[in-house]
Design a protein around this ligand. Structure first.
Ligand SMILES: Cc1ncc(COP(=O)(O)O)c(C=O)c1O
Length: 307
């Protein structure tokens, strides 16, 4: 049979890393001392309040179809949260909920890039980015993240790789795997470059809440002059140790979200309302930044303080 070319572009980008991961898990189960550096699975439990909220919500009948943009309560909570954190007003039509950052990145990139385009991306990068870019048909242009620059993306390194085909500047801050957090100056410089070359800025901020108190988190959403070109992706997976709930969102221009909605609806036709309900609660719980800290390698989950 003949397959669509996307299956060729993604061939080899799925199974191998999971095989390695499950091999490590099997070795751990067999008693080997394994330090797991494969997936970003939080090593603290999901807060009981969230599990209770989901259970209550399901029991109360919140199991029907839901709003394709996200349930009104969670969209409002996210708009309020981003307005408070980013210091400018975000409206509800600037938010779209999708199941996890991964799905957000998939859909958002689909709306930004296609065959013939180039996506500028830091190298090293999170494992799924290669496939996320390849599924669009665009080419990933790797920007080295240099240790001498603290693994933060350097504007000169990006500028040297811009071509007429450049379409998206894909950021990840705090960064997986290096942990680098972009500074306000980095974001200003990268933002100016994006404006000069009319690039989208896609920023994966799923680790926003996992910063140390002396490392302030900043986002391209902070800068009003980048508002028309910036889309941020995030979720409750890391901030609330809840990756299994698959609850994420993007924040961006209202027009972008409007165009994204049919794309999302063709894939999903909405998400689970009870997940929306617990995400709404999570939004209020993470109103102040949370940084789960393990005091020692053997420390139990009691080392974590949830607000
Ligand atoms: C940088 C980065 N982005 C996205 C994801 C996926 O997050 P989510 O569970 O919200 O899909 C991960 C998970 O490890 C990640 O490390």
């Amino acid at each position: 049979m003949r397959y669509a070319s996307v299956t060729d572009r993604l061939a080899g980008l799925g199974g191998a890393k999971w095989a390695l991961h499950y091999r490590a898990r099997a070795m751990k189960a067999a008693g080997h001392e394994i330090i797991e550096l494969t997936i970003g699975e939080p090593d603290v439990p999901t807060p009981a309040r969230l599990i209770e909220a989901a259970t209550r919500s399901m029991a109360s009948g919140r199991t029907g179809y839901s709003n394709g943009r996200g349930e009104p309560g969670v969209v409002a909570a996210l708009a309020a949260r981003y307005s408070a954190r980013r210091g400018r007003e975000f409206a509800r039509d600037q938010i779209m909920c999708l199941p996890g950052t991964q799905t957000v990145l998939y859909a958002v990139l689909r709306a930004m890039a296609e065959a013939g385009d180039e996506v500028l991306i830091g190298d090293p990068m999170y494992a799924t980015y290669e496939g996320l870019i390849a599924q669009t048909g665009a080419v990933a242009v790797r920007v080295p993240l240099r240790p001498e620059h603290g693994f933060r993306m350097n504007v000169a390194d990006v500028a040297a790789r811009i071509t007429p085909r450049s379409r998206v500047l894909f950021l990840n801050t705090p960064h997986n795997p290096t942990g680098a957090v972009l500074r306000p100056d980095d974001i200003r410089a990268l933002g100016a470059l994006a404006r000069e070359h009319d690039l989208w800025i896609l920023s994966d901020e799923v680790y926003e809440d996992l910063v140390f108190p002396n490392v302030p988190f900043t986002s391209p959403l902070d800068l009003p002059d980048l508002a028309e070109r910036t889309v941020v992706a995030s979720s409750i997976s890391k901030s609330h140790a809840a990756p299994g709930f698959r609850s994420g969102w993007c924040v961006g221009p209202a027009d972008f979200c409007t165009r994204l909605l049919p794309l999302s609806e063709t894939m999903l036709f909405g998400s689970q309302p009870f997940i929306g309900d617990l995400t709404e609660l999570a939004g209020s719980m993470s109103a102040r930044p949370v940084c789960p800290v393990r005091t020692s390698p053997k420390a139990s989950s009691t080392a974590t303080r949830w607000p």
